[in-house]
Each structure stands twice: as structure tokens, then as C-alpha cells.
Design a protein around this ligand. Sequence first.
Ligand SMILES: Nc1ncnc2c1ncn2[C@@H]1O[C@H](COP(=O)(O)OP(=O)(O)OP(=O)(O)O)[C@@H](O)[C@H]1O
Ligand SMILES: [Mg+2]
Length: 131
Amino acid sequence: MQALNCYIYNDVSVSTGIIEAREWLDECMSDKQVKSLLLTVFAELAQNIIKYANRGKILLECTKFEGKDCVMICSKDNGPGIEKIEDALSENFSTSGTLGLGLPGIKRIMDEFQIESELGVGTVVRTFRYL
Ligand SMILES: Nc1ncnc2c1ncn2[C@@H]1O[C@H](COP(=O)(O)OP(=O)(O)OP(=O)(O)O)[C@@H](O)[C@H]1O
Ligand SMILES: [Mg+2]
């Protein structure tokens, strides 16, 4: 199945991205509960892009991780980057005064979670859920 690339740059693009991601996931799997969890991950990554980086993109792809079939959700932006990744991944840490549950929640939902961030360069969050 072809990968889906969503450009995130304002609230409308987030909503459009969620609709496209839902259609894409419908093609790729039948489990409704997993689909809604993956949409939550998409929405959270998109919100982080808007809040912290202004613009970026999210890629959805059926791929393999360590030989097993999975869905990858990967967000990339060229925003300010994250100063302390360890803080960003802990519950209730937020630099915008919100709950600080987004990244820890994504980590819980997904089977594999990778994050790379460099100050002044940007952030890549790459996550996998086995099918
Ligand atoms: N794409 C990003 N670019 C720069 N900083 C980010 C990015 N995503 C997350 N962060 C940093 O990591 C922190 C934790 O992110 P997380 O999504 O867990 O919480 P939040 O966005 O602050 O709150 P919530 O998601 O609960 O509304 C953020 O407060 C922000 O400082
Ligand atoms: Mg967040």
C-alpha cells in the first residue's frame, strides 16, 4: 500500500490530515479500536507540530520493523527542537501549560517509539504499531 504524506501547517490541515489518515487506515486494517488509537497518535503529533514548530509533515506507511508487519507514523518538523527529550517524555511536562500527556501517551499506545531532536534544527518522532 502506498504511503500517506500529510502536510500540517494550520488547524484545517490537521482536520484534513485526520480524515485522510482515517481513510488510509481503513484500507490497511479492520480493527476499529487500533484504528482509533492510531488516529489519536496522528492527532497528537499534528497538534505538537502546530503548537511548537508551526509546520511539518506526518507520514503513514505500512512497513516492517524487525521483520514484523507494522504501521509506521512518523512526524518531522524543522521547528525549534526539544531541549531535554527525557523531560518531554515524562508525564505532565509541558512548555505550553497543557497536560503534557501527548508524547508519553503516544509511547504507551505504540509498540516502538523513537525520537530525534536537535535544537534549532527540528524534531522527528518515528513510531511503529505491529499489525
Ligand atoms: N514537535 C515538537 N517540537 C518542539 N518541541 C516539542 C515538539 N513536540 C513536543 N515538544 C515539547 O515536548 C513537550 C511535551 O510534549 P507533549 O505532547 O507530551 O505535551 P504538551 O504538548 O505540552 O501537552 P499535551 O500534548 O498534553 O497537550 C512539549 O511541551 C514541548 O516542550
Ligand atoms: Mg502535545
